[in-house]
Design a protein around this ligand. Structure first.
Ligand SMILES: *Cc1c(COP(=O)(O)O)cnc(C)c1O
Length: 427
């Protein structure tokens, strides 16, 4: 229970953000270069360089620079749909032909592109070991829906999921993997970076990501034909003719050369950002020793990019909480706390935390979509959860977890204060 009267906490003069852009100077130079050379459109050296750096850094043959991670995922799903079914998703075929298995605990941009393409997301529950897609739940999902051919998997908060097991299950069912590595750029799973395992993959340079262009994303693949298609689709599907000639539906998804200048200046600093984020994670881990919480897990097979530091409160140390659609209420209790209380305490010293991303199967917009857990139909389990059975992992992590301020510009001293206030919540 947090009692502000008992402590002497002073708000920080300037706000400590969850994760905000960290600039270095080169970004400005490359942006200016676009301006002075008048390459202010969607063609130019910065774009070419971003594509080269993205492909080289992550370890894929081709990167296509697009306006956002979401755009990259959309075109990935478009490719996956057409190739996997051999018929246009959403127009013909059966309902089952439109099902796509998706991570449940993720940001909605992982899932929405499936719907843009007429697909129906089926959500797969989460595992505690990585906070990502649970291979056993995925296995169960293929038992229930054997015809599904696309799996979209996100690596949440910069920690890789269990790719080996998931890939094995996917291969057994002749399905394809689309990786959403928007949050995990630079994270390594058994020696290989995320964004290289799927047939079509996406990274993001949105404002809060580990490196940013203020916006932007890349589509990643080893398939030349796919890369060419995405490049064409992203520029309104113009055919090779002097007039505007179109044989396919197109999109205005290409990256701007100005934005690409910012990303070009950021790329050399990716390693340094990961180091700063890792230091933050370690300081939290050490600083929160001895209170009934744990950090977001790091599986032994991987080196995350530590994008966000998160914590999970032990079940026994949770005060009573009721979470509605807009607000949560809790009952303060000695020796216990809950995410809402901790977030409020953190906000009181001018720092920004955030609840765990609300799982997709709990979102009003996706409430009627199928949801699979290890035991089978997760909707049935969900009701059991209300009755006190916590085998829906995503719901449990959502209820007990939170994201801590993880901004690389936060000083060690500021972080000490945040740790002190979190500890004070359990008095
Ligand atoms: C940020 C994010 C995206 C979307 O990337 P944008 O560049 O913002 O479109 C997709 N998936 C996840 C998991 C993300 O965190």
């Amino acid at each position: 229970m947090f009692n502000p009267k008992k402590h002497n906490f002073k708000p920080f003069e300037s706000k400590v953000w969850l994760s905000s852009p960290t600039m270095h100077g080169e970004e400005y130079e490359y942006m200016t270069e676009a301006y002075t050379s008048n390459w202010m459109s969607t063609v130019g050296d910065n774009i070419n360089e971003v594509e080269r750096m993205a492909a080289e850094t992550v370890g894929v043959k081709y990167a296509v620079a697009l306006s956002a991670g979401t755009a990259s995922l959309h075109l990935a799903i478009r490719l996956a749909g057409i190739e996997a079914y051999g018929l246009p998703v959403g127009s013909r075929g059966t309902l089952e032909g439109r099902y796509v298995f998706c991570s449940d605990m993720t940001f909605n941009a992982t899932v929405n592109p499936v719907v843009y393409e007429g697909g129906i997301p089926i959500f797969i529950d989460t595992e505690y070991d990585s906070w990502n897609m649970d291979p056993l739940s995925l296995k169960k999902a293929f038992e229930i829906y054997p015809d599904v051919r696309i799996v979209v998997m996100a690596h949440l908060y910069g920690t890789p999921g269990r790719i080996d097991e998931i890939q094995k299950i996917i291969d057994e069912h002749h399905a394809i993997l689309v990786e959403d590595a928007a949050e995990s750029l630079g994270a390594v799973y058994k020696g290989r970076q995320t964004g290289t395992f799927g047939k079509y993959n996406a990274i993001s340079f949105n404002g809060n990501k580990i490196i940013t262009g203020s916006a932007g994303g890349c589509f990643l693949t080893n398939d030349l034909e796919a890369a060419d298609k995405v490049r064409k689709w992203s520029t309104q599907s113009r055919e090779n003719a002097a007039w505007y000639q179109h044989e396919e539906i197109g999109y205005n998804y290409r990256m701007s050369n100005v934005i690409a200048g910012v990303i070009r200046g950021q790329f050399p600093h990716l390693g340094e950002h990961i180091k700063l984020k890792k230091d933050i994670y370690i300081r939290y881990k050490d600083g929160l020793e001895g209170i009934p919480v744990s950090m977001n897990p790091i599986p032994s097979c991987c080196e995350p990019n530590y994008w966000l530091s998160c914590m999970l409160i032990d079940s026994e140390a949770m005060c009573k909480t009721v979470c509605g659609e807009q607000e949560a209420v809790y009952v303060a209790e000695e020796g216990k706390s809950c995410p809402m209380e901790i977030l409020k305490a953190i906000a009181s010293i001018n720092a920004e935390g955030r609840p765990i991303w609300k799982p997709m199967h709990m979102q009003p917009i996706y409430r009627l979509n199928p949801f699979v857990v290890r035991e089978g139909n997760g909707r049935a389990r969900s009701n059991a959860y209300i009755a006190g059975d916590i085998s829906v992992v995503g719901e449990d992590i959502f209820k007990r977890g939170l994201c801590l301020p993880s901004d690389p510009k936060m000083t060690a001293g500021q972080q000490e204060e945040i740790i002190r206030i979190v500890r004070a919540c359990f008095e």
